[in-house]
Design a protein around this ligand. Structure first.
Ligand SMILES: Nc1ncnc2c1ncn2[C@@H]1O[C@H](COP(=O)(O)OP(=O)(O)O)[C@@H](O)[C@H]1O
Ligand SMILES: [Mg+2]
Length: 401
């Protein structure tokens, strides 16, 4: 019966799903990265389980992996804060690095990233290397690796203000549309410059130029969010098994304009709104209209309730559904399932859901990195996963689960 409910398009997609088409980190090296002085770790394509007490360095290791894709990593840290601090040294100086051998369906690649204090005039600038060559932009990393993560900090995603949901949405968009990060950055940069210029009562022609950039980039940001949520919604309404079906919506004024008419009209409306609101925006300290105010609305289709009204367990399951849906989208469309970084994931998932999650992820051929304080929670993975003990900034392979 259940199979009859699956639309033909999905059945077709499912046969395209690559069983071994995921990315995998085969070797990871962390140097002066948070609590790690120099740590090397070898893994194969299977799940990696990291267990150890609080403060051992588990999240730090996942954060290291998260720096292998563009962005600020899973803690959104300042690059200079990541440098290992020695005891009693509160003002760290120096550099950190993360390097990895990445396996993908296209082959093996060595990628590395890091930070050197004092370089580039002391600016917080990432250094990125691919196969030993320094590349100009961190955006290049997206060509070699994709990663999605869930952390305990994200447990409050549906209860917080829209900012973290917007960032979460942008990361999902970015996973299948790597140009998205550049769009968001260009928009936000123009927005900050406009505000500074307005406050300084600066050149009107330059304000107009910045508003034009905000209008074109801003509408592109909103359009990419609409498109990604539309495709993700297709995945999520069909999703079965242990995770809830869900609907997702990119909600905001510019998104509404795009639903009403063409992109050029939305650009004109945003340009006009910005020009009309200069004094108000200065008074309020921020631009009132634009995709920097948008939200991600999620509905639990099982109980019909908005995510914010769901239980903690339901919210966690929704988050997993969203991330799994994004990974499936990428696996089906591009043949490369992202790396999964799941920090303390077992805390809000029962054993059945945990098992279902493992099965879904291995079905996609994606490598998953899991952490937890309680090794017992990962017992179902014995024989299938690689287990490591993390203690005081040192990672040691374990014999078995
Ligand atoms: N820049 C840094 N230099 C040295 N140690 C750090 C730095 N940043 C965080 N730490 C320490 O790393 C330790 C491990 O953190 P974490 O990875 O979050 O532990 P957990 O295993 O609980 O996830 C913490 O005790 C924290 O104080
Ligand atoms: Mg942790």
């Amino acid at each position: 019966m259940a199979t009859l409910d699956i639309p033909a398009a999905t059945r077709e997609k499912a046969t395209l799903a690559p069983g071994n088409g995921g990315y995998a980190v085969k070797r990871l090296t962390l140097t002066d990265f948070r609590c790690y002085r120099h740590q090397r770790l070898e893994a194969d394509k299977g799940p990696v389980v990291l267990t150890g007490p609080n403060g051992a360095g588990k999240t730090n290791l996942l954060e290291g992996l998260s720096f292998l894709v563009p962005g600020r990593g899973l803690r959104r840290a300042k690059l200079s804060d990541v440098v290992r601090r020695q005891q009693g040294n509160s003002a760290p100086s120096g550099s950190w690095g993360v390097a990895a051998s990445v396996h993908s369906p296209r082959g093996e690649v060595e990628i590395g990233t890091g930070f050197e204090a004092g370089r580039a005039g002391g600016r917080d600038k990432r250094i990125v290397r691919v196969d030993g060559e320094t590349v100009k932009s961190q955006a290049v990393l997206a060509e070699h690796l994709s990663a999605l993560w869930l952390t305990p900090q994200m447990d409050r995603l549906f209860l917080e203000g829209p900012g973290s949901r917007r960032r979460f949405l942008d990361r999902l968009v970015f996973d299948s549309d790597p140009a998205h990060l550049g769009r968001v950055n260009a928009y936000e940069h123009a927005m900050r410059e406009r505000m500074a210029l307005l406050r300084a009562n600066g050149d009107k022609a330059w304000v107009e130029t910045l508003e034009d950039t905000m209008a074109t980039r801003g509408v592109a940001v909103a359009a990419a969010r609409l498109e990604a949520t539309r495709r993700l919604g297709e995945q999520l309404k069909e999703s079965t098994g242990a995770f809830p079906r869900a609907s997702v919506e990119a909600a905001g004024t510019v998104e509404d304009w795009l639903r009403e008419g063409p992109a050029l009209a939305a650009e004109d409306r945003l340009r006009a709104a910005l020009a009309a609101r200069r004094a108000d925006d200065v008074a309020e300290g921020r631009a009132a209209i634009g995709p920097h105010r948008s939200d991600l609305k999620v509905l639990h289709l099982g109980n019909g309730r908005p995510a914010a009204l769901c239980s903690t367990g339901e919210q966690k399951a929704l988050l997993v559904a969203l991330v799994l849906g994004t990974a499936k989208m990428r696996a089906y469309e591009q043949g490369t399932a992202p790396l999964f970084l799941l920090d303390e994931i077992a805390a809000h998932l029962d054993e059945i859901r945990l098992q279902a999650l493992f099965d879904e992820i291995s079905g996609l051929g994606a490598q998953v990195w899991l952490t937890g304080t309680d090794a017992g929670l990962f017992a179902p993975l014995a024989g299938r996963a690689q287990f490591f003990a993390v203690n005081d900034g040192t990672v040691t392979p374990q014999d078995s689960g």
